[in-house]
Write a protein that binds this ligand. Structure first.
Ligand SMILES: Nc1ncnc2c1ncn2[C@@H]1O[C@H](COP(=O)(O)OP(=O)(O)OP(=O)(O)O)[C@@H](O)[C@H]1O
Ligand SMILES: [Mg+2]
Length: 458
């Protein structure tokens, strides 16, 4: 269970946050000001501190600085009043994970906390070097018999023989990481480590120290020398995932490293040679990012010596039956031993759905079906409404009377009516509708509960 310390001199806010966060599954303590908070942090340690900015004695910024000095990894969220956006920027500069503007909505605080924890777990995962040693990722795990998959496998075989940089592109969930692992396992580097690092999920300074390492004393918290991934990966493979999200300043450094095959740890004068192979991946359009000035063209060419384009699942739907069988018989057979396959109707629905989340989405849905199924063959009733119901692709005509009113009232009324209309279409399955409309379940509820101008008149 994650632990949180809530720091505020106003009792009302303290209690409100404590009760709300405890209800959401966190272990919560409170402190009345910065001094009290530091004392409590020293004796208990917390995963996250959420603090007000203006407090007597030690204020929020002072507390943030002192916490970061003793524990550079701690996540701190600062609550600050509207109209003081400069102080919000200051706190982020001082290392706060995020800020919340007062008056705040509790849900917003919760979302920011969840975001901070997610980043933290990811960076911990990366810090612990995602070095699950060569998990058995070889061709056996890449399922498919379509022309596109056959071409892909033969390309993987070829590129495994050389050490050129590779760029893997494809929509989310198309298998970029498993292809990178397959190349690693089949290449001469297979005795080295495969190290994946998600360039989009870790804050910029942490990413830099992870990749290049640092010298003792290079910055606050650098208590001893640390080797970067480029060095620890040694004869292995470095997988730079979501390269499109790499900050510009780091792109320059990566480019330099790739050109010289040397890295310079932060705070050091030395350049260290490395021989790991680099595979980068992205689901964004780098050509567009170059046009927009957010990705360096020279780095693009340096990374993209060989490009492997992964096709979306909807372009190779002949592989769907094989994948379904693979997930049921191999990957998830332990969950529900009763399940042996799917009904023809279910298979047909799976084959015509357009799988925006690609294989990962298919895999998640099959896992969910296996859990839910009471029969040997998974029936269509186990499928989520948006897969089961091809109606989700197009709706019948949405007829309404239009009247002159304020734009904001019209928008609210439209949203309310539109959601009700789509819900109707999906047999009131709010989760499916949230999914289809691309909003959270909470915002479906909120919009339905909101009073429309019509209601007010009643
Ligand atoms: N051809 C395949 N055969 C079997 N399983 C696959 C195949 N391709 C992908 N998968 C599975 O689908 C899931 C998603 O794959 P992966 O994580 O490699 O995708 P990705 O392209 O890196 O996605 P993202 O862009 O979201 O990070 C994984 O569980 C992976 O094992
Ligand atoms: Mg991935």
């Amino acid at each position: 269970m994650f632990s949180i310390l809530v720091v505020d001199d106003e009792k009302l806010i303290r209690d409100l946050l404590r009760d709300y966060l405890a209800k959401n599954g966190f272990k919560v303590d409170t402190a009345v000001d910065g001094i009290d908070a530091l004392a409590k942090y020293e004796s208990n340690g917390y995963d996250l501190v959420i603090t007000d900015l203006n407090m007597p004695e030690l204020d929020g910024i002072g507390l943030l600085k002192q916490l970061k000095a003793v524990s550079p990894d701690i996540s701190v969220i600062v609550i600050t009043a509207y109209g003081t956006i400069e102080s919000a920027i200051d706190v982020v500069k001082e290392g706060a994970s995020d800020y919340v503007l007062k008056p705040f909505i509790l849900e917003e605080v919760l979302i920011k906390i969840q975001k901070a924890f997610n980043i933290k777990t990811l960076s911990k995962e990366n810090v612990a070097l995602k070095t699950e040693l060569n998990k058995t990722f070889n061709f056996k795990n890449i399922i498919g018999k379509s022309r596109k998959i056959k071409d892909l496998l033969s390309l993987i075989k070829k590129v495994s023989l050389v050490r050129s940089n590779i760029l893997i592109t494809g929509e989310s969930g198309t298998g970029k990481e498993i292809v990178a692992r397959a190349i690693h396992v089949n290449s001469g580097n297979k005795n080295g480590l495969f190290t994946a690092i998600n360039c989009g999920a870790i804050p910029e300074n942490l990413l830099e120290s992870e990749l290049f390492g640092y010298k003792k004393g290079a910055f606050t918290g650098a208590y001893k020398n640390k080797e970067g991934l480029f060095i620890t990966a040694s004869n292995g493979t470095i997988f730079l995932d979501e390269i499109g999200n790499m900050p510009m300043s780091l792109q320059v450094k990566i480019l330099r490293a790739l050109e010289t095959r040397e890295v310079q740890p932060i705070g050091s004068n030395e350049f260290l040679p490395f021989n790991a192979r680099i595979i980068a991946a992205t689901n964004s359009n780098l050509a567009l990012a170059i046009d927009h000035g957010t990705f360096r063209e020279d780095l693009y060419y340096r990374l993209n010596v060989i490009e492997i384009k992964l096709p979306p699942l909807r372009e190779r739907s002949e592989d769907i039956p094989l994948l379904v069988r693979y997930f049921i018989e191999k990957k998830y057979k332990g969950i529900n031993k009763l399940v042996k396959g799917v009904t023809p109707e279910t298979m047909e629905l799976l084959c015509i759905y357009d799988w925006k989340g690609n294989i990962r989405e298919l895999e998640n849905i099959i896992e969910r079906c296996i859990v839910l199924s009471d029969t040997e063959r998974i029936g269509a009733e186990c499928l989520p409404a948006f897969v089961k119901n091809p109606k989700s692709r197009s709706l019948p005509k949405f007829d309404r009377n239009i009247k002159i009113q304020l734009l904001k009232d019209a928008a609210r009324e439209f949203e309310h009516d539109y959601i009700t209309y789509v819900l109707n279409h999906f047999d009131n399955d709010k989760k499916a509708v949230a999914n289809v409309l691309g909003v959270s379940l909470a915002s479906i509820y909120r919009r339905l509960e909101e009073e429309t101008p019509q209601d007010k008149k009643k």
